[in-house]
Design a protein around this ligand. Structure first.
Ligand code: NDP
Length: 399
């Protein structure tokens, strides 16, 4: 019998939904490039329902309790008195979503001697101290591709909303105005601009593909170069470093994982090399950007806009400067947890658990850490180290 502790975000303030805006979600055959969608033996949820909140339970309770396991689901994740810390010492498996991350720091891993598996319901396992996980011999797995396209759609939306000055224009309507000059004094066309991505993996490439019809110049930087055929098809310009790329871009989108190489990559120095009035869109991880450097650049006009859905820590305290800085388009971390994405990553978590509990191998493409080293997708995209430092500040959100 295993004990599984699952940390999920809170239900809606009005209660768990009893009906939905739409009756169904599209059925996909496979992901771009051919990877198959999750293939659990069964699912105990209706795709399109809210699964990522506490009452949704990722649709796991019937399955796990049917096998005699214990499932604890909570949103109370920060601080020594949290349910998460209380339940951790005898947990075998922890499941967490990046949107409401249960930070698995070295101290927390040390407090959980039975822990063997950390599953990310979604993509991005930087909320786990991967260095400590390797040293302890934990397996870390995530549901690769489950929400990559969801995020790429969000990135395109954010780029357009910043460049076109959508959010302030919307606010004029809400406040009863018709202030056209106020709306358009910061409104431009994306057409003809140069857009660059830091990271051209699943999300970065999907963003490039979606932007091609906008007649923009597409640039990218990555640790590995894309196949020549893709570069030709999308008319891409490759740069060997972010520093070289950002100098020529009107818009920069960040689509690389958070790991020691990318932590605080966008600091005063790198932002200072961007064109004055460039836009920065970061849906990858908040800590890839230096919090105060971003706020300073918006104040000074070095950046014309910043948008994204990722913060550090999560949730951010009420006085986090990104809540109040000018010309931002920030939301809570939502881009990868649309109802469609939830159905995919809930099924992926179920597949991972079925494999683990049956003693079968987890798909290589889902592995981040295994056998004391970076493995699978993790070996390709991450570097060793810890990016969870400072996460205990998340406790201040509830104060
Ligand atoms: P992929 O692994 O497919 O792509 C990441 C890309 O970033 C890879 O091509 C990788 O390079 C590249 N990369 C890694 N380090 C660097 C670096 N130092 N400089 C430049 N490029 C680098 O992942 P996804 O595209 O699916 O996801 C990317 C990230 O987006 C996730 O790790 C996660 O943090 C975030 N995300 C956010 C979500 C949200 O809801 N906001 C949801 C899903 C993901 P290579 O592999 O060639 O070495």
């Amino acid at each position: 019998m295993a004990k599984i502790v699952c940390v999920l975000y809170d239900d809606p303030v009005g209660g768990y939904p009893t009906s939905y805006a739409r009756d169904d979600i599209p059925t996909l055959d496979h992901y771009p490039g051919g990877q198959t969608l999750p293939t659990p033996g069964a699912i105990d949820f209706v795709p399109g329902e809210l699964l990522g909140s506490v009452s949704g339970e990722l649709g796991l309770r019937k399955f796990l309790e049917g096998l005699g396991h214990i499932l604890v689901v909570t949103s109370d994740k920060d601080g020594v008195d949290s349910v998460f810390e209380r339940e951790l010492p005898d947990a075998d498996i922890v499941i967490s979503q990046p949107f409401w991350p249960a930070y698995l720091t070295a101290d927390r891993i040390a407090s959980a001697p039975r822990l063997k598996l950390a599953v990310t319901a979604g993509i991005g396992s930087d909320h786990v101290d991967l260095q400590a996980a390797m040293e302890r011999g934990l397996t870390v797995a995530e549901v690769t591709y489950s929400n990559s396209i969801s995020v790429s759609e969000h990135v395109v939306m954010l780029i357009l909303s910043l460049v076109r000055n959508y959010i302030p224009s919307y606010q004029w309507v809400i406040s009863g105005g018709w202030n056209i000059s106020d709306c358009v004094e910061r409104s431009y066309d994306l057409e003809g601009m140069t857009v660059g991505t830091v990271g051209a993996g699943r999300i970065g490439t999907a963003v490039l593909r979606r932007l091609k019809p906008f007649d923009v110049n597409l640039h990218y930087t990555d640790r590995h170069r894309l196949p020549e055929s893709v570069e030709r098809e999308l008319r891409l310009t490759f740069h060997p470093s972010a520093e070289l790329m950002v100098r020529v871009c009107d818009v920069v989108t960040v689509n690389a994982p958070l790991h020691p190489e990318t932590e605080h990559m966008f600091n005063d120095a790198l932002i200072g090399k961007m064109k004055r009035g460039a836009y920065l869109v970061n849906t990858a991880r908040g800590k890839i950007c230096d919090r105060d450097a971003v706020a300073r650049a918006l104040e000074s006009g070095q950046l014309a806009g910043y948008a994204g859905d990722v913060w550090f820590p999560q949730p951010p305290p009420k006085d986090h400067p990104w809540r109040a800085m000018p010309h931002h388009g920030m939301t809570p971390h939502v881009s990868g947890t649309s109802l469609a994405a939830q159905a995919r990553y809930a099924a992926g978590v179920r597949e991972i658990l079925e494999c683990w509990l049956d003693g079968r191998s987890i798909r290589e493409e889902y592995l981040i850490v295994d056998n004391g080293r970076l493995a699978g997708a993790g070996a390709h995209s991450y570097s060793a180290g810890d990016a969870t430092r400072g996460s205990n500040e998340a406790e201040r959100f509830r104060q």
